[in-house]
Design a protein around this ligand. Sequence first.
Ligand code: PEP
Ligand code: MN
Length: 337
Amino acid sequence: MIIILKDGAKQEQIQSLVQNITNRGLTVHESIGSQSHILGVIGDTSRVDTQTIINLECVSDVKRVSEPYKAVNRKFHPEDTIVDISGRKVGEGYFNMIAGPCSVESEEQIIEVAKRVKASGASMLRGGAYKPRTSPYAFQGLKQEGIKLLLAAKKETGLPIVTELTNIMNLKYFDEVDVIQVGARNMQNFDMLYELGHSNKPILLKRGLSSTIEEWLMSAEYIMSGGNQNVILCERGIRTYETATRNTFDISAVPILKRLSHLPIIVDPSHATGKTWLVEPLVRAAIGAGADGAMIEVHNNPSCALCDGAQSITPDTFDTIMKDVKSRVKFEGKILV
Ligand code: PEP
Ligand code: MN
């Protein structure tokens, strides 16, 4: 349920209404925007009489929210959420390019890639330390050592780092990580989502391989319902019958999510397509669709990459793409890096 407050509603009246609602065991999310002041009510609101609330002096309207996701719902928070990542803003048109290898392989590799993508204009560095691999025989990541190397690259370049958590037991190693990635395979690991909801780290929540937009938003709801409001969604392609690409890039998810939710949404054309030559056109598509950024796999020697080499572009190609992005995105006072 959302309660739309009148312009100039008195603080004491709002306070008493919030108290009245929380006394019934319900949770209230207050959203104060430039255009609206809203109280989003979460819980079993079936016994709340809307007419009694509408009659209050400070209330302009009351609406029931039929969607199962509440905190992530744009009806609860009409203005775009901007997630601040160590000074880099994501959301509401702050277009961020996150770049780096699929996996951290060595100190030389991650530092070289970090320096190159930073010089081109990337605003964050990605790199997997814990890798969820389909085959148990494939490279599983450098794990804790990988995190240390990412931190070294962060120290060297100043780029915030994004890396995947595959098991909640390892959260203790992520203290200095700027953004925790929840990968496609863990999008519905509800215990993990619950724990991350009780942390204050920005979370990059990738779409599950076969998840609907509603299931994805419900996973974001798990995180937000725990109190963590710093969630960024990432479209990374879904399973379909199409075999021309590794996955099928669901570009329509971008404007759909913009309509349904206030959360920032970025895209990952590397995993969505599995092909280097599709990265550039799909970054352009993402800009056109209104995305808040892109995450791209960049490797200094893709043919020798231990993971996802076929979809990893070189730093030179990343530089070309960055130039194109800078020419297309109007920042108007908003930052790129
Ligand atoms: C990755 O970002 O390297 C990754 C494993 O992504 P996804 O979870 O989207 O497959
Ligand atoms: Mn990868």
